[in-house]
Design a protein around this ligand. Structure first.
Ligand code: AMP
Length: 434
């Protein structure tokens, strides 16, 4: 029997978690909602509680003390640390995979071995190196570009698409000599660079059944035209027809179904969100990476199109009875435009007061999800690199994009920056590999 009232705890502090809180609290089942640690925007919709995301046992204590019926984990680190095992051990319901399967994100080598073992298409590996000398010797003899990946979690900074031996050598030095990524950089994977369009394909699984969410595309580079340095994500969009039916079938049959078959055959089935980072190559879809959780800012675009009760779906999933048919989507499109602080993704300015948020509330079809903000009295202050995710839904991608930019133009803080071309390439994706 599913609960008729639910007390929900969301773990994390970014735009993804704000989007989850926003969607979950719309459910008539949810009577109480908390976020640990949350942020300035989330605090307007849920009670925010201080938390150490590195301490799974303290987080389980918190869920127990709150008598939470369900805990939803946003970021990867607690999952890789084993928070789901701690919760399961105490009979607390949680959305997120066990430590064993969180390694699909926590170790790029583990993910590669899994993919190879199950014959799932991915980039060819040229070598795995623990010594800088061995890595540079190999890199001397490769044709560029090639891709270098630190094995472990590196806060999104552990991957380089190297265009020359010089660039590759510098990265090897940073990872294997200077140990800039600490534990995450003990080994370096060198692989083939794939060419094509990227796509984020996320599925929800209860360990037996799975159901895909609407596919999305994110924009990782800081500047318009996909120029500038890599970031945590400057925007994302989702729209009907983002991929053709034939590409979708290739993704399902060639990638998702074999992956889920491997995971469900394991006694510790995969329970939670599984994110497939795909490259749509001319030879078909290939896996670039797995994430063991939802993406940020993809989640913001995804929740904007949900036409179902997320709390109800997640409660069923945690009980092992996912009902795929419940996941219905609003037709059309959604887009999330990220507003960042001056200097991001490098050293960025903080402490700037944000104006215009009340004006945006008047625009229907737009939600502003907070990422790096704090509340100070009645004001909202920018406190992170990525600050806000202005998210809009519409009947078409053009409608969603113009609504999001109309709203973004009303927001003001010193040094704010955002890309002007989020969603502009929609419709081009399905031309590739079709
Ligand atoms: P990952 O964390 O593995 O997804 O890598 C981050 C980004 O690096 C991806 O979103 C791609 O843009 C790029 N990338 C990773 N692997 C490859 C590859 N084999 N070929 C081309 N680009 C890649």
């Amino acid at each position: 029997m599913l609960a008729t009232s639910m007390r929900v705890l969301v773990i994390g502090s970014g735009g993804r978690e704000h989007a989850l809180v926003w969607k979950l609290r719309q459910s008539r089942l949810v009577t109480n909602i908390w976020c640990a640690p949350g942020n300035g925007g989330i605090s307007q919709q849920a009670e925010c509680l201080p938390a150490d995301l590195g301490n799974s046992s303290a987080l389980a204590d918190l869920a127990e003390n709150l008598r939470a019926d369900l805990t939803v984990v946003g970021p990867e680190q607690p999952l890789v640390d084993g928070i789901a095992d701690e919760f399961n051990h105490r009979n607390l319901r949680i959305i997120g995979p066990s430590k064993k399967w969180a390694r699909l994100e926590g170790s790029k080598l583990f993910a590669k071995e899994f993919l190879d073992h199950h014959g799932i298409p991915t980039a060819r590996v040229y070598g795995v190196f623990a010594s800088a000398q061995d890595a540079t010797e190999k890199l001397e003899n490769l044709r560029y570009p090639v891709v270098l990946k630190a094995d472990g979690l590196c806060g999104g900074k552990g991957v380089l698409v190297a265009n020359s031996y010089g660039e590759a050598g510098d990265f090897v030095d940073r990872v294997l000599e200077k140990r800039e990524f600490g534990e995450g950089g003990q080994r370096l994977l060198v692989e083939e660079a794939l060419d094509g369009e990227e796509l984020s394909f996320i599925v929800l699984s209860d360990g037996r059944d799975f159901v895909p969410l609407v596919p999305t595309r994110d924009h990782k580079r800081a500047l318009d035209g996909d120029l500038g340095p890599n970031t945590g994500g400057m925007g994302a969009y989702s729209c009907d027809g983002i991929i053709s039916d034939s590409i979708e079938a290739q993704i399902r049959e060639g990638v998702v179904e074999p992956t889920m078959a491997a995971l469900t055959s394991d006694v510790f089935g995969y329970r939670g969100f599984l994110y497939f980072g795909l490259m749509l190559t001319s030879a078909g879809p290939k896996v670039l990476e797995f994430n063991c959780r939802l993406g940020d800012p993809e989640t913001q675009a995804i929740v904007a199109r949900m036409d179902f009760d997320l709390a109800q779906v997640l409660a069923a999933l945690a009980a092992g009875t996912l009902e795929p048919s419940r996941l219905q989507w609003k037709p059309g499109a959604s887009v999330c435009v990220v507003i960042a602080s001056e200097g991001y993704p490098g050293k960025y300015a903080v402490g700037k007061k944000i104006d215009g948020l009340t004006d945006v509330k008047r625009i229907s079809g737009v939600e502003v999800f907070h990422a790096g903000t704090q509340r100070q009295g009645d004001s909202i202050i920018a406190s992170g690199g990525r600050v806000l995710g202005v998210t809009a839904a519409g009947a078409s991608i053009d409608a969603a994009v113009s609504l999001a930019y109309e709203a973004a133009a009303k927001i003001r803080f010193d040094g704010m920056q955002y890309r002007k071309d989020i969603g502009a390439q929609a419709g081009r994706v399905h031309a590739v590999g079709d």
